[in-house]
Design a protein around this ligand. Structure first.
Ligand code: UDP
Ligand code: MG
Length: 316
């Protein structure tokens, strides 16, 4: 296989402090991989500016002037990490053999890119960067992140554990990704659905090189809820289950109410109200659950996701 053109895609939001360091680290890495013959000299870095309020775009422009291998696109306003990343990936998909996405703060060890490229040369088309530890994250960040993974899994969302958006994707994988037209973007959920041959590369996560985290708890929480509600109708199915469980409890309560009504002193009207409240309550939940099943179907239909993906063709 000929040495591939690699595009490194970086979403950048208010990263003026981190970007110069990140760019020079990545350029050095490209140089060394190129001298080893691993990648094509035309490989480059694509910075996707997510409507930054500081001078990030200015920094990107200066970096581009100094070295043409630093390229950039700039979103019209702050649209969020996932969209900035997707914009970068879609920009490079027809101009590279494979793209690696990495955060601007280099918390994800860039040395793993070499391993990812090697896996790509071995025929893998999606290579996930997975953290081997989170020692440098705060106790709070580490535990909330793990709680989110477990919660998402229990809600029926299939993601790669401890993998954020640090990954390599071949041009073919990027083209398959472009067929997903959904507007609630949760790349970590979509990409495992693409298929193709995958591999995992582990690395240890470092502290931010400069600047502050742009993912406070509030954003993490809404990101996690977005992930679940974009991929799973399971919460709606739970309504039905709760209704069924209540119906069973209803039988026990009903027995107790009847017993009290006939063999003990009760206020008149109590038994009939008790019976109808419990019975109607469970019936309503079951009915909502059934409606939920249909809404779940609508939800997958409107997303218009590709129904299958082709790996190869042999037709003429
Ligand atoms: N980011 C972005 N748009 C946003 C928030 C963040 O493009 O609205 C980028 C940010 O510049 C960085 C990456 O997403 O490259 C991850 O953000 P950060 O490192 O702040 O998150 P953390 O690692 O703390 O979860
Ligand atoms: Mg970070």
């Amino acid at each position: 296989m000929k040495a591939p053109v690699i595009a490194i895609v970086i979403p950048c939001y208010n990263e003026q402090e981190a970007l110069p360091i990140t760019a020079s680290t990545l350029l050095k890495l490209l140089d060394s991989m190129q001298s080893e013959g691993l990648i094509d000299p035309a490989s480059y870095v694509m910075c996707s500016n997510d409507g930054s309020r500081d001078s990030t775009w200015q920094v990107i422009t200066e970096l581009h002037a100094a070295d043409q291998r630093i390229k950039g696109i700039s979103l019209a306003h702050n649209r969020g990490h996932q969209y900035a990343l997707l914009a970068g990936l879609m920009e490079v998909k027809d101009h590279c053999d494979a793209a690696v996405s990495i955060d601007a703060d280099l918390q994800d060890d860039p040395a793993a890119i070499r391993e990812m490229v090697k896996a790509y040369l071995d025929g893998k088309e999606i290579v996930y960067g997975v953290r081997s530890n989170r020692d440098t994250d705060t106790w709070f960040k580490r535990n909330t992140a793990h709680a989110f993974y477990s919660f998402q899994k229990s809600m029926g969302l299939d993601t790669v554990y401890d993998h954020a958006d640090y990954r390599l994707m071949s041009a073919r994988a990027l083209n398959l990704l472009s067929a997903y037209g959904e507007s609630n973007l949760f790349l970590r959920g979509i990409i495992p659905q693409i298929g193709l041959d995958t591999a995992i590369v582990t690395y240890s996560r470092a502290a931010r090189v400069a600047g502050e985290s742009k993912y406070p708890l509030k954003k993490m929480l809404s990101f996690s809820i977005d992930g679940i509600t974009s991929f799973s109708a399971r919460p709606m199915r739970w309504i039905f289950t709760v209704g069924l469980v209540l119906l069973i409890i209803d039988l026990i309560v009903g027995g107790y109410v009847m017993y009290s009504h006939f063999f003990r002193e009760t206020i008149s009207g109590w038994a009939s109200i008790m019976l109808s409240v419990w019975f109607l309550g469970s019936l309503i939940l079951i009915a909502i659950g059934i409606v939920g099943e249909y809404i779940g179907k609508i939800f997958t239909e409107v997303k218009g996701r590709p129904r299958y993906a082709l790996r190869d063709k042999l037709i003429d």
